[in-house]
Design a protein. Structure first.
Length: 141
């Protein structure tokens, strides 16, 4: 029997995933982290991206988070996401539109914009599209 840890992924709206896992990958601010059972305790901020959860029955759950906090305890991992969506449920057209809007806002020098906000919106849309692309690649294997 494989060693497992419990993970809870929640957003302000709802619980997205809860269950046993053999491995977790998350987009920490300083780079992607891999968390195996009995990982050392830690707390880190998450950037927009995909959390991958490998369950004990061999399935992989793909969940997009727009940012948040990751807390690791020896037998429990908690992801407190600003917003979270299963990667399969992301609206690709809306993400493409948001990315294009943010790109235009950053390039338009004639309009006074909040450049940092436009960059954040661009990063979030790009992360959503990357999660969709990764899910498609895995589906074709």
């Amino acid at each position: 029997m494989a060693m497992t840890t419990h993970i809870d992924i929640v957003s302000a709206e709802t619980e997205i995933f809860s269950g046993s896992t053999t491995m977790i990958f998350a987009p920490a601010e300083m780079g992607e982290v891999g968390i195996a059972p009995r990982h050392a305790p830690m707390v880190t901020r998450l950037k927009p991206g995909e959390v991958r959860v490998e369950t004990e029955n061999g399935e992989t759950q793909h969940i997009y988070v727009s940012g948040g906090i990751l807390e690791v305890q020896p037998h429990l991992v908690t992801v407190l996401a600003d917003t979270a969506t299963r990667a399969a449920d992301i609206d690709e057209a809306a993400a493409l539109e948001a990315k294009e809007r943010a790109e235009k806002a950053m390039q338009d020098k004639s309009v006074k914009i909040d450049y940092a906000r436009a960059q954040a919106e661009f990063a979030e849309a790009a992360a959503q599209l990357k999660a969709i692309e990764a899910l498609r690649k895995r589906a074709h294997r």
